[in-house]
Design a binder for this molecule. Structure first.
Ligand code: ADP
Ligand code: ADP
Length: 227
């Protein structure tokens, strides 16, 4: 079964705005997938529905065959999310932020501590573990959210504009890290971006979304032959 399957997804916001107009999308297990489109296209809304942060109007969504309407509590264990906005408590310590996430997913402290050490080390944050998150730079905060999202070993990692506002050097190192978890751990990755270069450099498959509709769904290789 696919890592993610979306059928006939629509979203009308409370103000009557039709943000998604019937989206169909499949992302296969192990894929590195980009949802590309301009600001306001509906990327965050689509991912918000998958993570149950946004309530959909119509349609079906399943994650590894689990219908999110029927069993979101089970589906959520498969998903790690890196939202666009920093949504952790800035006054908490870095290590506590990732450990709290592990607790939330039912991991024991014994399991969580080595996992936290590994992730924070790989992401260059282990030295900062005892400091409060507000002392981190923007790029470090983003990496903290990646570490937090990976704590419970999700099979699907969803990143909303992971490198927005990140300088070129850090962007490259984040790309390298994402490639590594996709390649070495087989984690399926879906990211949104409005940079074609980012999709091109990282992803295998791509869906282009505009005005709430998927206008193209192809492999990156195929797309590049046309440009
Ligand atoms: P829902 O239909 O999902 O309940 P609402 O229309 O009630 O969503 O809006 C949820 C929140 O998003 C509100 O706080 C609202 O002010 C805010 N919001 C409204 N319009 C926009 C917009 N165009 N972009 C982003 N946020 C918006
Ligand atoms: P993207 O992630 O591609 O930039 P979004 O999914 O955030 O796009 O937004 C899609 C459209 O829905 C935009 O026009 C945005 O203004 C609108 N929108 C987003 N959130 C809300 C909301 N809560 N209420 C009303 N409109 C919204």
């Amino acid at each position: 079964e696919p890592a993610l399957s979306i059928r006939g997804l629509t979203k009308e916001y409370g103000n009557g705005f039709q943000a998604l107009k019937g989206i169909d999308l499949d992302v296969q297990q192990g894929d590195f997938f980009a949802l590309l489109g301009p600001n306001g296209a509906g990327k965050s809304t689509t991912l918000g529905v998958v993570c149950s942060l946004v309530q959909k109007t119509q349609g079906q969504v399943s994650v590894f065959g689990i219908d999110i309407d029927k069993d979101f509590s089970k589906a959520k264990y498969q998903i790690g999310v890196v939202p666009q906005e920093f949504n952790f408590n800035q006054f908490e310590k870095v290590l506590d932020i990732v450990l709290a996430q592990a607790g939330y997913y039912g991991m024991t402290r014994r399991e969580a501590l080595p996992r936290a050490e590994q992730l924070l080390t790989d992401l260059g944050l282990w030295d900062k573990r005892n400091g409060s998150a507000r002392m981190l730079s923007g790029g470090m905060k983003r990496r903290l959210m990646i570490a937090r999202a990976l704590m419970h070993r999700p099979k699907l990692l969803i990143l909303d504009e992971p490198t927005a506002g990140v300088d070129i050097e850090l962007r490259r190192s984040m790309w390298e890290y994402m490639r590594r978890i996709n390649r070495d751990e087989g984690t399926t990755i879906i990211l949104t971006t409005h940079y074609l270069e980012e999709a091109e450099s990282l992803c295998r498959n791509i869906a282009i979304i505009n005005h709430g509709e998927i206008v193209r769904n192809t492999s990156v290789r195929e797309l590049l032959t046309e440009l």
